[in-house]
Design a protein around this ligand. Structure first.
Ligand code: ZN
Ligand code: ZN
Length: 349
C-alpha cells in the first residue's frame, strides 16, 4: 500500500519520503495538496485562516522556487493585514468570527467598558478573549505536569509563595508568545516548563518573516511585563511584600529575556532591526543604563549592550528594519529597568 504512495504519479519514479519534487520529471510531489491549500487560502474570509493554509503550503514547496517565494510574500503581506485588525482574530477554530461585521457585533455585545478596553489593544491582559486563551495552555497535560515540577523545584529555592508567583509569571510570558503565534497562523506547542531554567514553546513551523518573528518574540516580555505590573498593583492593594518580590523577579526575568542573543526574545527582536537601528538600540540602552543606580540592573544592561554591539557588527540585518519592533524593544527595556530600580528587592525570607 505504502509502495504505491511513494511513486510519482506521472513518471512512476520511486520517491524518498522527504522529497518535495520528483527527481526525474520535476513534478511537485504534493501538487494535489498544494492546490487544495491554495483554494482554502484564497477562499478564506479570515486572514488567519489564509495564513494557516499558506504556511502549510510553503512547507510542501522546495525553498528557492518561484512558488515558494510567492507564497512567502503572501505570508508577509497577510501578517501586515493581521497587524492592522482592531481585534486579534481567533485562529481557525470553528467559532472564529468570519467577517468584520460579526466581529463588531461581538464587541458591541461586551458593552461600553469592553469596547473601551478593546480599543486599547495594548491592554492585552484585560481583553476577555485573552483571559480565555490564557487558560488554554493549562489543558495540556505536559504543560501542567512540567509546571508542577517547576513549582516544586522553585519551592525548595524560594519558598512556595514566590515559587507560585514565579511559575505564573513565566506561564503568562509564554502565553504571550503562543497567542501571537496563533494570530500569525503558526502552529506551536503549549509551553513546557524546564525546572530552574524557565519554559519553552516549540514551533512546528518557521515564521519565515523577521518582522513577524520579532512581534512573536516581543509578545513574551510584553505579557510578562503585564504580569509584573499586575503583581505590583496587588502589592499596592494588599500591602503584602510577596507581590513586590514577584513583580521584581518577573521584571528581572523578562529583562533577561531581552538579551539580544540568538534564541532569546531579544535576539528575535534584533533580527528584524536594520544595522542602523541596532546601533541606535545600543545607544538607547546606554542612555537607560546611565540612569541606573542598582548594580544588578546596570550589569544586566551592560550585557544587553554587549549583545547589541555584537549583533550590529556580525549579524545579517534586513535593509529596512521593523520600526515598531525597535521602539517596543527599547520601551520594554526602559519600563522593566525602571521597575527594577524603583521596586525594593526581595524581602527577607
Ligand atoms: Zn516524476
Ligand atoms: Zn520568551
Amino acid at each position: 500500500m505504502s509502495d504505491q504512495m511513494l511513486r510519482c504519479p506521472v513518471c512512476a519514479t520511486e520517491l524518498a519520503p522527504n522529497l518535495l519534487t520528483c527527481p526525474k520529471c520535476r513534478r511537485l510531489v504534493h501538487s494535489d495538496r498544494l492546490k487544495a491549500l491554495a483554494d482554502t487560502a484564497t477562499q478564506a474570509t479570515n486572514p488567519v485562516d489564509a495564513l494557516v493554509a499558506w504556511r502549510e503550503a510553503v512547507e510542501l514547496l522546495p525553498p528557492g522556487t518561484r512558488q515558494y517565494d510567492t507564497i512567502q510574500a503572501k505570508i508577509t503581506e497577510l501578517g501586515k493585514v493581521v497587524d492592522t485588525l482592531p481585534t486579534p482574530p481567533a485562529s481557525s477554530s470553528p467559532s472564529a468570527e468570519k467577517t468584520n461585521g460579526a466581529g463588531v457585533g461581538r464587541v458591541a455585545g461586551l458593552g461600553a467598558i469592553g469596547l473601551i478596553l478593546w480599543k486599547f489593544k495594548a491592554v492585552l491582559l484585560l481583553s476577555l478573549t485573552k483571559w480565555k486563551v490564557l487558560l488554554l495552555g493549562l489543558t495540556k497535560a505536559s504543560t501542567f505536569t512540567s509546571m508542577l515540577l517547576s513549582f516544586g523545584v522553585y519551592w525548595t529555592m524560594f519558598g512556595w509563595p514566590l515559587a507560585l508567583g514565579l511559575v505564573i509569571s513565566i506561564y503568562i510570558h509564554e502565553m504571550g508568545h503562543v497567542v501571537t503565534l496563533m494570530r500569525y497562523g503558526v502552529k506551536a506547542t503549549a509551553p513546557m516548563f524546564i525546572p530552574g531554567v524557565g519554559a519553552v514553546i516549540r514551533l512546528r513551523q518557521s515564521l519565515g518573516d523577521p518582522r513577524q518573528d520579532a512581534r512573536c518574540g516581543l509578545a513574551g516580555p510584553v505579557w510578562g511585563l503585564g504580569a509584573a505590573l499586575g503583581s505590583y498593583l496587588l502589592n499596592l492593594a494588599t500591602g503584602l511584600p510577596i507581590f513586590l518580590a514577584i513583580a521584581n523577579l518577573g521584571a528581572m526575568i523578562n529583562l533577561f529575556n531581552l538579551l539580544p542573543f540568538a534564541s532569546l526574545d531579544g535576539g528575535r527582536a534584533f533580527q528584524s532591526m536594520s544595522t542602523n537601528q541596532r546601533w541606535l538600540a545600543v545607544l538607547g540602552l546606554s542612555a537607560i543604563m546611565s540612569f541606573c543606580e542598582g548594580k544588578e540592573t546596570s550589569g544586566l544592561l551592560a550585557l544587553l549592550m554587549i549583545g547589541g554591539v555584537f549583533t550590529a557588527l556580525t549579524g545579517k540585518a534586513p535593509k529596512t528594519g521593523d520600526r515598531p519592533g525597535f521602539i517596543a524593544y527599547l520601551a520594554l527595556v526602559a519600563v522593566l529597568t525602571l521597575m527594577l530600580e524603583r521596586l525594593t528587592p526581595m524581602p527577607p525570607a
